[in-house]
Ligand binder design. Structure first.
Ligand SMILES: Cc1ncc(COP(=O)(O)O)c(C=O)c1O
Length: 428
């Protein structure tokens, strides 16, 4: 049984020799050691165990020159995932139609099963695709709806999803009823009430973004879904920012349909995503890219995407292993700790306005802040220009500032540097 001492002493041994590069290429044994590592500490206590997180940092190949605090946009993969993509790519290029379609793709069903197990659903309800946009658009554009049918969503939903529903509004005569949220929010019942107020007898779908990308607000998806179901309304959940970030199984959110990217918090290769829907819903959703049986209840009808890189899909398996080794509870606790580490200090600075709740129920890794008198673009360009810190400028609805998203490889030194930057900006 790997103990904490063995684990750390192995790390110390590797660190004291020149073996760091091999440590970076995590082996199966390394992953097994991480997975089996059962510390005496709780996930919350582990969140501050810098020895452990130092090890995790070594699994990534991120630039030491630039501090990337926009992991919410897209996340890097650990080297074990990058290496898998490279291996599959090299193999595919020996004879693509043979190795990619006949050999590499034999991993599709095992991967579906592993993803389903992780997500707490049946493999017959999981389709592997390229991103959250594709997953969610499959449902939005494939659902049979009629003129006059209504949709409930909010203006803080992701633009691609707003665009997709608005296209249906334009093309099919649907009507969108918008929930007006004030963010950050710390009253779940008020949020639920605002969604319920927009539901009418004509409402067919409620669209919920589980974690709002702009400021990291966690919405009470299950409660909203319960209210929708009481009224016979279906629920589509955008899990792009919560999958492999918060600890939950997809059914816990109460939706009928769910889409996510895997290249965000799972650290899977860039260009990977997943669609889930209840088995009984599959037959009525028309695929975006049809196969020969668009009305079938086989979830695989959503994977008829044409020629695409199966090496990217297959390396999702390595990302999933990495996630399992990290442990969901540990990861969620660490991400929240990193957010709190900088945000609590930044909030105390003059002119700084934190636009994210610091209560665990309402946020995870993502947070947004503004600085009185400075626009989003200015904050972002100063942070990058003077401190080489990459963040995401966000000016959306009532938010004006930058979003900061650390990941499991982010160090406390990186966040100290961010605080230096925010302090500098607060004095401008
Ligand atoms: C809430 C939310 N939904 C959907 C998406 C779309 O993800 P992708 O670009 O991977 O399709 C994003 C991307 O940032 C997002 O933040």
């Amino acid at each position: 049984m790997p103990s904490r001492r063995n684990f750390i002493s192995k790390a110390a041994m590797l660190a004291s020799t020149s073996f760091i590069p091999s440590l970076k290429a995590f082996s199966k044994e390394d992953l097994a050691a991480f997975a089996a590592y059962k510390p005496q500490k709780t996930a919350l206590e582990m969140a501050t165990d810098e020895d452990y997180w130092w090890q995790i940092q070594q699994a990534y190949t991120v630039s030491p020159q630039i501090i990337n605090l926009n992991n919410g946009g897209v996340s890097p993969s650990p080297s074990v995932v990058q290496n898998a993509v490279d291996r599959y790519n090299k193999l595919a290029n020996e004879a693509p139609s043979y190795y990619m379609w006949r050999i590499i793709d034999q991993g599709r069903e095992p991967l579906r099963e592993n993803l389903a197990k992780y997500a707490g659903v049946s493999p017959e309800e999981i389709a592997i695709n390229r991103n959250a946009t594709e997953a969610l658009d499959t449902v939005i554009l494939g659902m049979p709806l009629q003129k006059g049918d209504e949709i409930v969503m909010c203006r803080y939903d992701y633009p691609n999803m707003l665009h997709a529903w608005r296209q249906r509004e334009l093309r099919d005569g649907l009507k969108i009823n918008y929930v007006e949220l004030d963010l950050p929010a710390e009253d779940n019942e008020l949020i639920v009430k605002k969604y319920v107020e927009q539901m009418t007898p004509r409402t067919k779908v409620v669209h919920i973004t589980h974690i709002i990308n702009w400021n990291g607000q966690i919405l009470p998806s299950k409660r909203i879904a319960e209210e929708a179901h009481k009224r016979g309304i279906e629920v589509l959940i955008d899990g792009a920012h919560s999958f492999a970030h918060l600890e939950y199984k997809i059914p816990d959110l109460g939706g009928d349909y769910y889409g996510t990217s895997l290249h965000k918090w799972l650290s899977a290769p860039i260009g990977s995503g997943m669609l889930w829907m209840k088995k009984e819903k599959i037959s009525k959703i028309f695929p975006l890219i049809p196969n020969d049986k668009p009305n079938s209840d086989n979830i695989r009808k959503f994977e008829n995407l044409g020629t695409r890189p199966f090496m990217i899909e297959q390396a999702i398996g390595q990302a999933l292993n990495f996630q399992l080794a990290l442990g969901n509870a540990r990861k969620e606790a660490r991400l929240r700790f990193l957010k709190d580490y900088w945000a609590k200090e930044a909030k105390k600075l003059p002119k700084v306005k934190l636009n994210t709740s610091l209560k665990a129920e309402f946020s995870g890794a993502l947070a947004h802040f503004g600085i009185e008198g400075l626009e989003a673009g200015k904050i972002e360009s100063e942070l990058f220009g003077k401190f080489k810190i990459h963040t995401s400028p966000i000016k959306w609805e009532k938010l004006d500032g930058v979003r900061v998203t650390p990941h499991v490889y982010t160090s406390l030194q990186d966040l100290d540097r961010l605080l230096e930057g925010v302090q500098y900006l607060s004095k401008l």
